[in-house]
Structure formats: structure tokens, C-alpha cells
Design a protein around this ligand. Structure first.
Ligand SMILES: Cc1cc2nc3c(=O)[nH]c(=O)nc-3n(C[C@H](O)[C@H](O)[C@H](O)COP(=O)(O)OP(=O)(O)OC[C@H]3O[C@@H](n4cnc5c(N)ncnc54)[C@H](O)[C@@H]3O)c2cc1C
Length: 527
């Protein structure tokens, strides 16, 4: 028998965005809000201990465990494509970096979405460790704090960048992030501060908010052009929820999948699967943009890195004690501590490359760190031209989506990747680093020509987990937009999307903060 519920606002997906909307709308007692999440509660300790991302990624308890199609630009490799499946969504498994992107990124988002338009909403959710000023607030729920440990190798790399002309940038979030500095993170004193921790847990007691975990939405339900709810399962049992309006916040893969299962999308995808078309929107699942990180790994002759600590019993005991007593040390560590934004060439108007510098190295992202002292200089192109797709492979939520980011498919992106590797190598050759004697472990220095470098990038590059754009926002005269500037789905009523999928052009930086900002805006419009 199907359980039937009724609500005013139904939010699908309790990730970075969904938790914010649930908080804001339920603050008004006139709204009855139901938030449904396919994953479980966020009560596993590795979600909260920052280094736990090593255990939550690739784990079906917290991750949808997707992978990409074979990527031609990556020499035919398929990549693991983690997406959070738990309260907090990706913000419960992510790298915790707080980054808004650059002022000029928003120029391409269209009317009403300029930097000046969005800045107040960044401030609204933020609680900044240095206090309030024109760019920051100390009144929001999302804590943005400094990291709690330093490494000599990172300090030296920072000096190298400064000597090479990079501006010292202690705050990347004032519209211009060009320069070098330590990333600020969404943590509370060394503990992860996910969207669920910041926005959901403090308001779970509200009588007008119902949060349902292990609740999988199969499809949306319509009456004419009105969205009136969902059908799915809770703990495997059939469930339907009727609602006055529905907000999709299932993320850059989840939201387009749900639209397609509900008959909203392109005929070329839906017809072969036998799904009747409710609303033809060609853009659903297209325009997938992501940041591809090229991970240059270095073997150091000397110097202390996480590799040695993680690979020795004594080191692990020390790390455990540091965390238990001070909430500091490597267990409090975001994977990337030091960051830099810089230009690939003088032809670009602003920084288009981002470094994530890590005091550790591993062949694959994960817990198997090299046994030798190592560091990783990961560099990613922030404004790629390559565009990919994500589409459903079947009519049920259990049918895994076909995710094709189409990395390095554009000549421009291949050109930038070569420059990125060359610039990283130039910096690593700086005499200041000679005290550590770094040598390039991977991809290895043998590659010299552009052709070699593209091949090398294809061998070592991987996602930095920022898929966006698969239900892009814009006016309905553009044949590929899915939602309006106010985030309503074109051609339908009472259906909205607020998550990474609506981002029309990817920001020059990490994507959690922009998603929270988008959620703040929709919540205000729906209140
Ligand atoms: C490993 C990793 C590291 C990252 N590091 C950083 C970083 O350091 N800094 C940064 O800014 N960004 C980072 N990101 C990216 C950032 O976290 C995401 O862009 C952001 O969290 C996306 O938010 P969202 O609300 O769009 O989707 P999500 O947070 O993914 O939320 C979607 C939610 O919807 C649920 N859902 C999906 N389908 C259904 C369904 N059918 N029924 C019910 N529920 C459903 C999901 O389970 C999930 O909880 C990282 C991401 C990952 C995965």
C-alpha cells in the first residue's frame, strides 16, 4: 500500500541547497515544508571529522558512487564521480573550501545575477571568522573559518609563488581571487560544517518542517502543467507526497535525471526509453561543465608530509591525539590547504587556473598515500569550453545516469592544460624548493611537446567534483535553458530548481558557496 502525505512546499534533496531552503521557508510558520532525501542521516563520525572525506567518497553509505563514460580526452579512462547521498549532500563529503568565484563570472549569468546582485545573499548565510565588513557577514549560519595546521612545504611553495609575482591573498572572496593564500573552510573549530549542520539540524524541531531520509523520489507528479508532488519510496515502501509547489534540489546529476524520468527533457533521450513527453526542454542534461584537475605529484627527498605520518603507527597516534585534544592536526585537514589563482596567459582577462596544493601524494585520490614524502600540485582550468551531458539510462531511479563530462574535447582546453603543466613545473623548479629536492613522480618529466603534455594530462587528470549547468538558468528564448531567472521550470507551474544544475556558466572556483547563494535567493522568492 502506498503511504500518502500532503505538504505545502516539497523540497527534493537535502544537499548544499535543499537544507538552506528548508531552513528559510520553515522560519515562516505559514509554510508547511517537507524535505526528502534519498540518503540517510549524517550521524557517521567520518562525515564530521574533516579527513573523513577519504572514507565517505566511494562509499555507498554516503556517495551515489557514479562514474563517467570512457573519456576520450582522458585516454579512454572512466572517472569515479562522487555525489553526496546523505543529509548535507555533497557538503557532507566535500573538501570544505569556501569560494565564491570572481566578480566577472557573474556577468554571464544575466540580468539580476551580477556580483552586486548576489553578494548580499553570500553574506546572508555566512558567519565569517574575521567579522563583518563590506564583503562578509558574521550573522549567518555557515561558519567560514581558518584551517588549523601548517606545513613547511606549503609555506615554502607560498613563498615561491610570491617571489614569482603572485599577490598574497588572505581572503579569496572579495570578487578578485587572483593570488596565493590558504583556503578558508566551512568548519567549526576543526569539525566539518556541512549545509545540514549549519542550516538543518538547528531547526529540525520546527513543527512545520518534516525531514524524511531514505526517501527516494522516482518521478514528479503533474496535473496539467502544474507540478503537484512526487512518487517514490521510503525505506523501500511506496510513497507519494502531494504538494502545492515543488523545489528540486537534487544536484547537477540528480535534478536533470528526475526531470527526464518525469517526461521533461529532449525527445531524443525520452522517446527511446518510452517516456511520454510532458514538456520538451532540449537543455535538460546538457551544458555539463566541470573543473578537471591535473594532479602533478612530487616525490620529496626531504621534508615532513602527511604521507609519512599516515603510514606510521606513531604518526597516526600523534594525529589522533592532536585531533582529540585540540581539534587540530591532519585529521582536521581539508584535502587542499593552500590555493592560488592565476592566468594561463596574458590573453585572458583574469585568473583562469586554480592550484590546490596538498602536503601529500597518492596515485589515486584516497587513503593509500605514497610511502615516500610527497606533495601534490593540482591545477585546474576554471573556465573550460568543453561541455558534456548527463542523461538517464532507464526509467527508474536505480538506473545509473550516463555521465559524459567530455573533458578536453575543445582545443582551447587542451592548450590551457599544457600551459598549466608548464607553469606548475616552472614554479616547482624554483631554487627555494631545493631544500625539499622535489622530483616529478607523475606524470613524470619525460613529456615535452604539447602532444605529450595533453596525453600526460589525460593520464593523471580527474574531476575536482564541480559539475554544474545541466538545467541552466536563462530566458526561454535560448533553446537550451531549463529554468527562468527566478528559477521556475519553463513551461510548467509550481516547479522550481535551486542547486548546481541551474548555474549557466561555471564560476572560477569551488561550487558549494555559489549553490548556497542560489538557494538563498529562491527561498526569498518563495517566502
Ligand atoms: C568529493 C567532493 C569534494 C568537493 N569539494 C568542494 C570544496 O572543497 N568546496 C566547494 O565549494 N565545493 C566542493 N565540492 C562541490 C560542492 O560540494 C557541490 O557543488 C555542492 O555541494 C552541490 O550542491 P547541490 O545542492 O547542488 O547538490 P548536493 O549537495 O549533491 O545535494 C543533492 C541532494 O539530493 C539528493 N538526491 C538526489 N537525487 C534524489 C532523489 N531522486 N530523491 C531524493 N533525494 C535525491 C542527494 O542524495 C543529495 O543529498 C565538492 C564535491 C564533492 C563531491
Amino acid at each position: 500500500m502506498t503511504d500518502r502525505l500532503h505538504t505545502d512546499t516539497l523540497i527534493i534533496g537535502a544537499g548544499s541547497a535543499g537544507c538552506v531552503i528548508a531552513n528559510r521557508l520553515s522560519a515562516n510558520p505559514q509554510h508547511q515544508v517537507t524535505l526528502v532525501e534519498a540518503g540517510g542521516k549524517d550521524n557517521w563520525h567520518w562525515i564530521h571529522i574533516p579527513v573523513g572525506y577519504l572514507y565517505t567518497m566511494g562509499n555507498p553509505k554516503t556517495d551515489w558512487c557514479y562514474s563517467t563514460t570512457p573519456q576520450k580526452g582522458l585516454n579512454g579512462r572512466c572517472l569515479a564521480y562522487p555525489r553526496g547521498r546523505v543529509l548535507g549532500g555533497c557538503s557532507s563529503i566535500n573538501g570544505m573550501i569556501y569560494m565564491r568565484g570572481q566578480k566577472d563570472d557573474y556577468a554571464s549569468w544575466g540580468e539580476g545575477w551580477s556580483w552586486d546582485d548576489v553578494l548580499p545573499y553570500y553574506k546572508k548565510s555566512e558567519n565569517y571568522h574575521r567579522g563583518a565588513d563590506d564583503f562578509h557577514s558574521d550573522q549567518g549560519e555557515m561558519l567560514v573559518q581558518e584551517q588549523r595546521l601548517k606545513w613547511d612545504i606549503l609555506e615554502t611553495f607560498k613563498k615561491v609563488c610570491e617571489e614569482s609575482g603572485f599577490t598574497d591573498r588572505p581572503d579569496f572572496n572579495r570578487g578578485n581571487n587572483s593570488g596565493i593564500g590558504y583556503f578558508e573552510v566551512t568548519q567549526k573549530k576543526g569539525v566539518r560544517w556541512s549545509s545540514a549542520r549549519a542550516f538543518l539540524h538547528p531547526v529540525m524541531h520546527r513543527s512545520n518542517l518534516k525531514v524524511m531520509t531514505k526517501t527516494l523520489t522516482e518521478r514528479l507528479v503533474f496535473e496539467g502543467d502544474r507540478c503537484v508532488g512526487m512518487e517514490g519510496t521510503r525505506h523501500g515502501k511506496p510513497l507519494s507526497i502531494r504538494a502545492e509547489r515543488v523545489v528540486l534540489a537534487a544536484g547537477a546529476i540528480g535534478s536533470p535525471s528526475l526531470l527526464e524520468r518525469s517526461g521533461i527533457g529532449s525527445e531524443s533521450v525520452l522517446k527511446p526509453l518510452g517516456i511520454p513527453i510532458r514538456n520538451r526542454l532540449e537543455g535538460v542534461g546538457k551544458n555539463l561543465q566541470d573543473h578537471l584537475q591535473v594532479r602533478l605529484q612530487y616525490h620529496l627527498e626531504r621534508g615532513e608530509t602527511l604521507n609519512q605520518q599516515a603510514n606510521s603507527w606513531l604518526g597516526r597516534i600523534k594525529m589522533g591525539l592532536q585531533y582529540v585534544y585540540n581539534r587540530s592536526g591532519p585529521l582536521s585537514m581539508a584535502p587542499s590547504q593552500l590555493g592560488a589563482f592565476f592566468k594561463s596567459s596574458d590573453e585572458v582577462d583574469r585568473a583562469d587556473l586554480e592550484f590546490h596544493i596538498q602536503p601529500m601524494s597518492a596515485d589515486k585520490l584516497g587513503i593509500d598515500l605514497h610511502r615516500f614524502p610527497g606533495m601534490t600540485a593540482s591545477v585546474c582550468h576554471l573556465r573550460p569550453e568543453s561541455r558534456g551531458t548527463t542523461h538517464i539510462s532507464g526509467t527508474n531511479a536505480s538506473d545509473v545516469p550516463i555521465i559524459d563530462p567530455n573533458y578536453l574535447s575543445q582545443a582551447y582546453d587542451r592548450d590551457v592544460v599544457c600551459k598549466a603543466i608548464e607553469k606548475t613545473r616552472d614554479l616547482m623548479d624554483h631554487p627555494l624548493l631545493s631544500e625539499f629536492s622535489p622530483s616529478e613522480h607523475k606524470p613524470g618529466r619525460i613529456q615535452k611537446t604539447d602532444h605529450d603534455l595533453v596525453k600526460a594530462a589525460g593520464d593523471v587528470a580527474t574531476t575536482i567534483f564541480h559539475p554544474v549547468g545541466t538545467a541552466k538558468m536563462g530566458s526561454d528564448t535560448d533553446g537550451e535553458t531549463v529554468v527562468s531567472k527566478k528559477l521556475g521550470v519553463h513551461g510548467l507551474r509550481d516547479l522550481y530548481i535551486a542547486d548546481a544544475s541551474v548555474v549557466p556558466t561555471i564560476t572560477s572556483g569551488n561550487t558549494h558557496a555559489p549553490v548556497v547563494m542560489i538557494a538563498e535567493r529562491l527561498a526569498e522568492w518563495l517566502d
